[in-house]
Write a protein that binds this ligand. Sequence first.
Ligand SMILES: [Zn+2]
Ligand SMILES: [Zn+2]
Ligand SMILES: [Zn+2]
Length: 759
Amino acid sequence: MKARKRISVSGIVQGVGFRPHVYRLAYRYGLSGHVRNTVAGVTIEVQGPDDTLGRFLRSLESEAPPLARIASLSVEEVACLPGTDFTIHRSEAGEHADTLIAPDIATCADCLRELLDPADRRYGYPFINCTNCGPRFTILKRIPYDRPNTSMAAFGMCAQCQAEYDDPFSRRFHAQPNACWNCGPQLAFLDAEGNAVGGDPLAQTIDFLKAGWIVAIKGLGGFHLCVDATQSAAVEELRRCKRRFEKPLAVMVPDVAQADSLCVVSEADRALLESPQRPIVLMRARSCSGLPESIAPRSPDLGIFLPYTPIQHLLFARGSFAALVMTSANLCEEPICIENDEAIDRLRGIADYFLSHDREILLRCDDSVVRNFQGRTTMLRRSRGFVPVPVTIERGLPGVLAVGGELKSAVCMTKGEHAFVGQHIGDLESLAAYQFFQESIAHLENILEWKPSLIAHDLHPGYLSTQWATQQQDVRTIPVQHHHAHIASCMAENQLAGRVIGVALDGTGYGTDGQVWGGEILIADFRGFERAAHLNYVPMPGGAQAIREPWRMAVAYLDHAGGNCLEEGLPFLGSIPAGHLEMVRRMAVQRIRSPLTSSCGRLFDAVAALIGLRTEVSFEAQAAIELEACCQDRMEDGEYCFFVQEGECRAIGTASLFEQILADLKHGVSQATISRRFHRGLLSTLADVIHRISLSTGIQDVCLSGGCFLNTHLTVGLDRLLRTEGLKVYTQSQVPCGDGGLSLGQAAIAGHLGDVSWR
Ligand SMILES: [Zn+2]
Ligand SMILES: [Zn+2]
Ligand SMILES: [Zn+2]
């Protein structure tokens, strides 16, 4: 019996070779009909014998292209039509676009083989791609994903490329960025002023890198600043120019074998390194790596990634580099440069040369950063390769734009059951970042063809994101407390709906009492929260200055513990001028320019400073990271006690903690042992408080979120302790547990508060 079926497919099905996949199947099974992209995804009509249609349907899913992600598939019977051929129809424009856009994907194995094959017509062509790889998100202006809507619109295809583009049996059928030497984008090598330098651009780049110069290289989502990672003078010059003095630099290596010579690479790390997203993977550095210390000073980890664009592959293939530093081309924490003129202007005094090209990047997108620890993958920065793949959330909530916080900013837009977390913006403290923030929102609105009716923002009135949100006209705005948003982010990605015990540990978040929160245990759901426990309040002498100078926090905590650090002659204060020290102590005691904080990040800072790890930091969480790194004394099973004051909201006291550390310091106990005792004490105190809250409320689900959970001792340790108590523990892997994941939680909360149907 002959039948005709209409199949509607939604998900990531455009720009990933889905229509040619359908065409090839129809050809294989001898079916007639057509396939077309719609605003909702792909619609297929196929006609043929019943049993063949069944086989077609099974193959449709089981043999789907590697980058496709089918979210839903519905089939309906329609009337048979005359005709025997199968055709691919043009895309249509529409109002309610629900198609998911694919992220940018690393060069695939087939393209890489052609790139390095002297007999191939694209041998050495720096923009080779196909339907299985190449740029997507960063070259897209608007949907549907068709060439005229991308920055490839500027390039007409030559006859050969066009033939591939039109051939359903070609790997380049409807590959929108399809191009070759004859018709596509070309490289250019420029000096610091933007003047073209003659010769082969790639060969020039390799020569100048080998000679120790800094070259800015245009990548997928922006420029990288690149130097030969084995030349310490070049690395130090890059740091000096970029004003990035200590924060580790990411290193690109040609393959996993080379990564393994620098770091301890687990099977999970290997899978992450070689994944189509090609993130930067943080791994434990080998002591014999041979790289200069200045790549990642005092850091036990290195951030490593593999080449993901043809240009990067060619640099390694032709330059035989062991490792290249590839760091976002920007000044410290500012947005990455994308436009050629912008790069030359903003990188003045940093880049000596530019390897540029004429394919426009329409959207900035930094490299993503992940870490795997004991089988658990943590996202430190979610950007290229992952954006704009949505997180699936509860259905039926109104659309929300959530604008995030201030540090490591990222926005989020919800539409139906999809939450689209935008790319990493950086710290929303400069005009450039603020512009990028607005670009990010506008681009999401554009590619989703969607303007949400609600805006969620942080409670902090001073954040630029809050100010932007409250200036918007004709839209309801909903303020969300920072730590509530962290917990909701964890709930949303784990699809929890009921009440949870939320453990939110981070550096800074504006509390409902106007103080600086950050060591919080909440009882929360999407509609509200109670503060069930927190670290005790101590003053932050000088406010933000106390974040940059952790010794100030040590002084504040010691003072809170009742000691007078000035009289003790503590070694860590040796470098602080006496007058300065006295002034800071007076600020703390008299509460002059000293907001109160319950921040867990500041507690880590104070302990790190007190035991002599560092008195000042040059990037966020630096002292805390070093305190975690020195927690090495695995034989030590002692722990420090905290005093927990019972009450409606428990206060976790730190006074006795500091007395114990002081005593250990006097007895010459090592930093490694003190760090271990501190971690263990904090863990068992938290576990004990959580356990008691669980007993009194009956809640068994515990969500861990906030930047402190990037500390693996904390996450793994608390997870283990709580599980032995029979509690269910949820952590984050799809979005960062730090402030990069905040907007997802804000969106989930505002979606529920803005949804009037439940009242
Ligand atoms: Zn490819
Ligand atoms: Zn061509
Ligand atoms: Zn936070």
